[in-house]
Ligand binder design. Sequence first.
Ligand code: NAD
Length: 259
Amino acid sequence: MAGLLDGRVALVTGGESGIGAASAVALAQAGASVSILYFRDKGLADGVAAQVTAAGAKATTVQADLGDEAQVAAAFAAVTQALGTPDLLVNSAGLNMSGTNVTDMELAQWDRLIRTDLTGAFLTSRALARGLRDAKKPGRIINISSIHGQAVRAGGADYCSAKAGLENLTRTMAIEVAPMGITVNAIAPGMILTPMNVRAETDAGYRASLEHNIPIGRAGRADEVGAMVVYLCSDAAAYVTGAVLTIDGGLSLEAALGA
Ligand SMILES: NC(=O)c1ccc[n+]([C@@H]2O[C@H](COP(=O)([O-])OP(=O)(O)OC[C@H]3O[C@@H](n4cnc5c(N)ncnc54)[C@H](O)[C@@H]3O)[C@@H](O)[C@H]2O)c1
């Protein structure tokens, strides 16, 4: 993969943790400069930046709440100043489902999740497209969705709706920015071992009970999603746009199990 993305400038949201962190490192190993957009934990972001630098790439970190329009604009300005106009965007930041049924869900909970998992990607994608339009450069947007964009779960109306929206944002934007040389794709992971799945990381029995449902027989790793991100950013994926690529070890194929 070395040299595949030389000269490219990536911005990774949720870059301090899980799939975002693994994507940041994978992009750096492929040669891209990487900005790590983090929310609260600068220490984590600095740790990922150190891995990016160790891979021989330039790194910068920038703090933002992605649901806030002004903070997203300021973050893009800071990254552009530090590394140049970003031309690769990975929208990995997200909150997990609340586990609350709609009947009991507060509007504040619904708003919090939609703002982070859907509005955040709208704001960053718009900022990337505007920057590339001004710079007259092509680019790539990769949205980290979920198999729950299609396969719903009780207690997940906030998350499932945000991810379904993210997939339609992906498709709509793909046709809008295709003439600008920008592709927009989504990745739909199944069960990936990250802090979002902390119980599966720490409780072997719980993890085994979930892995039992996965045809490949194990949970996925964040670096396996990172490899798909690099593919979608590479020339090999130049003709792929508006796609949702599933990476779940076959989990979503078993949706009718027990029917
Ligand atoms: N882990 C899985 O099994 C799995 C499965 C399917 C989809 N996903 C998706 O992958 C993406 C990454 O999740 P992960 O597993 O790496 O989890 P994670 O909890 O490790 O990472 C989520 C990141 O989002 C950031 N974030 C949350 N709210 C934010 C805000 N308002 N502004 C900026 N950043 C914010 C957090 O700081 C964190 O870095 C998410 O969109 C998630 O929905 C994960």
